[in-house]
Ligand binder design. Structure first.
Ligand code: HEM
Length: 228
């Protein structure tokens, strides 16, 4: 395959989807791990310190540029693949297969991805923009000033049921998107050995349920007052 075909052929586009998808899965592991510090029940001290480390060091800041580029590429190629799939589907199969050929969420990756994109636009406006651009209130920890990202989360989720529901719906979309996407990425990149495929499918299912569940517990716990 030529380099240019990575962006023009459908096999190339699927490769880009797989590679950027795995990169985004790695980001989710870091993101959910760092955010889980809010469950330390220490008034956000550990979380604010961890977020400060990510925001003030060169390596995470450079990776952040790669992250936004990766998200953009994943979305653009995803929409482009969705359009070619729709054109192919118009021709149709001789016998419609319904749910027998594939699961509904495998056939709805474009829709689920678009819902996630809408979630991300709202989410970036809630946290990334104040954290990096418009500014956040400071909080004193051990005599040093930190951005109070924890306070920002509390303020957003406490007493704001609509936002909490939108975040939980975003987590559902993420779970279904990952249920197909995780194992699909490994198949596209050439994993064909049946024994490893079973392992990847198992790890994929676990990841797709566990990570969105932990994310969803964050707004829910703050709304319910389980963490303050
Ligand atoms: C549902 C619970 C979630 C909470 C409470 C949460 C919280 C946060 C916070 C506080 C930030 C700002 C970090 C900083 O500026 O240092 C952030 C950034 C970000 N989040 Fe989330 N997040 C959640 C779920 C998600 C999900 C499900 C995704 C992806 C599908 C996601 C993608 C991002 C991205 C791309 C950024 C910007 C990159 C960065 O600065 O690290 N988040 N999130």
């Amino acid at each position: 395959m030529k380099w240019s075909e990575l962006f023009t052929s459908s096999v190339g586009k699927k490769w880009i989807m797989g590679l950027t998808g795995i990169f985004l899965v790695l980001f989710l592991i870091v993101h959910v791990g760092l955010n889980a510090c809010i469950f330390a029940m220490d008034g956000g001290v550990m979380f604010n310190k961890a977020a400060h480390f990510m925001g003030s060091n060169a390596v995470p800041r450079i990776l952040e540029i790669g992250l936004f580029a990766g998200i953009l590429l994943h979305i653009v190629q995803g929409w482009s693949l969705e359009l070619s799939n729709r054109a192919a589907r118009k021709k149709g199969y001789a016998i419609p297969m319904g749910n027998k050929g594939s699961k509904w969420y495998s056939r709805s990756m474009g829709l689920l991805g678009t819902l996630l994109f809408l979630f991300l636009v709202m989410h970036i406006a809630h946290f990334w923009v104040p954290s990096r651009i418009t500014g956040l209130d400071p909080v004193l920890i051990d005599g040093k000033e930190f951005h109070n990202l924890y306070g920002e989360m509390l303020q957003l989720f406490q007493g704001n049921l609509l936002v909490v529901i939108l975040y939980v719906l975003g987590c559902f979309a993420l779970a279904w998107h990952l249920l197909h996407g995780f194992q699909s990425a490994f198949r596209t990149l050439g994993l064909t050995n049946n024994r490893y495929l079973i392992l990847v499918e198992g790890a994929g299912a676990l990841f797709s349920i566990l990570v969105p569940l932990v994310f969803a517990l964050m707004p829910i716990s703050m709304y319910m007052g389980w963490i303050k």
